[in-house]
Ligand binder design. Structure first.
Ligand SMILES: Cc1ncc(COP(=O)(O)O)c(C=O)c1O
Length: 329
């Protein structure tokens, strides 16, 4: 399918598959290196490893909580085949800055696969997430800004030949029926029922994004005088918030704070408590210390956040948080 303001879209089974299909179409092979962050959902890294590549972790920016592009240059080696910037919680990585670094290094061969699972509708300098790099990998898991009733995903690319490869890879490696043209094909079709649900929900995306934006502003205002800080928005980004994540001041224990909130009737989550480079499956891939990632993972918590949240419920939530935070002092 051809998109309106960008190249081509291929539906697939999940965001994880969208990443794997993109990496395959980018020509990533066994032993190639793919630069990404450790502070992301496990599937980002699982997809890189499933594509046969070695994840090379770079640290995040202490304010924006996404890939610190200043770390990219030092991570590039002759084996680097792709970079996966992750647009986390709705905020975006400065993909333009990564492209500039690759131009300066004369490494136009390195492909950029934007992980947009949490950034449906976010823009950077008015360009949609997923349309700035070579590939945009989207998830429509039910918790995303547009969620299907089950798993679903999509890959955007402006490169027609890469798009055709993705169509083959998602269909057992077949170019057309009974003709396999690529090795390593999957069964990763987008289920018709999920596609029908998504096409209805798509009409509401902008309304839901606007509501989440109002809720985020209300959280930021209400919690301004607490030991909680919010993610700084990357310059030029207009985020479509997927999650509302706050960081507790390092003088306090996040686990204690979370337990006190729960006692007061408020459940919170942590996205994500153990960074990928410390996960048993991936720890052997860790090459450099990632102090910003580790300290953030210890202090963050995710507040209730949905387009369906109303203002009076949000006020009750912030009242609980403020009273629990006051006890910490
Ligand atoms: C940042 C990120 N990348 C990739 C994925 C994988 O998406 P899916 O669950 O649709 O496979 C997710 C989903 O949780 C995610 O949050």
């Amino acid at each position: 399918m051809r998109g309106k303001n960008f190249g081509f879209v291929a539906g697939c089974n999940s965001g994880t598959d969208a990443l794997i299909l993109s990496l395959k179409a980018a020509g990533v092979n066994r032993g190639d290196e793919v630069i990404t962050v450790s502070h992301t959902a496990i599937p980002t890294v699982a997809a890189i490893v499933s594509a046969g590549a070695i994840p090379v972790f770079v640290d995040i920016d202490p304010a924006t909580w996404v890939m610190d592009v200043r770390n990219v240059k030092a991570a590039v080696t002759p084996k680097t085949k792709a970079i996966v910037p992750v647009h986390l919680y709705g905020n975006m990585v400065d993909v333009h800055a990564i492209k500039k670094i690759l131009r300066e290094l004369n490494r136009g061969d390195i492909k950029i696969v934007e992980d947009c699972a949490q950034a449906q509708g976010s823009t950077l300098q008015n360009l949609q997430a997923g349309t700035i790099g070579d590939f945009g990998a989207f998830s429509f898991y039910p918790s995303k800004n547009i969620g299907a009733l089950g798993d679903a995903g999509a890959v955007f690319t402006a490169d027609e030949s890469a798009h055709k490869k993705i169509l083959s890879y998602r269909n057992y490696g077949q170019k057309d029926r009974y003709h396999a043209d690529v090795i390593g094909g999957l069964n990763s079709r987008l289920d018709e029922i999920q596609a029908a649900v998504l096409s209805v929900k798509l009409k509401h995306l902008h309304t839901w994004i606007a509501q989440k934006s109002r809720l985020m502003d209300a959280y930021r205002t209400a919690l301004a005088d607490t030991p909680l800080t919010f993610q700084t928005v990357t310059q030029g980004c207009s985020p479509a918030w997927n999650l509302c994540v706050v960081k507790l001041d390092e003088n306090f224990s996040r686990d204690d704070f979370q337990a006190r909130l729960l006692d007061a009737g408020l459940q919170t989550l942590v996205h994500y408590p153990l960074p990928n480079h410390l996960q048993p499956a991936f720890k052997n891939f860790c090459r450099t210390p990632l102090p910003v990632t580790e300290s953030l993972a210890n202090q963050i918590l995710s507040l209730p956040f949905s387009h369906a949240l109303d203002e009076s419920t949000l006020n009750k939530i912030t009242a609980i948080i403020k009273s629990v935070a006051a006890q910490l002092k």
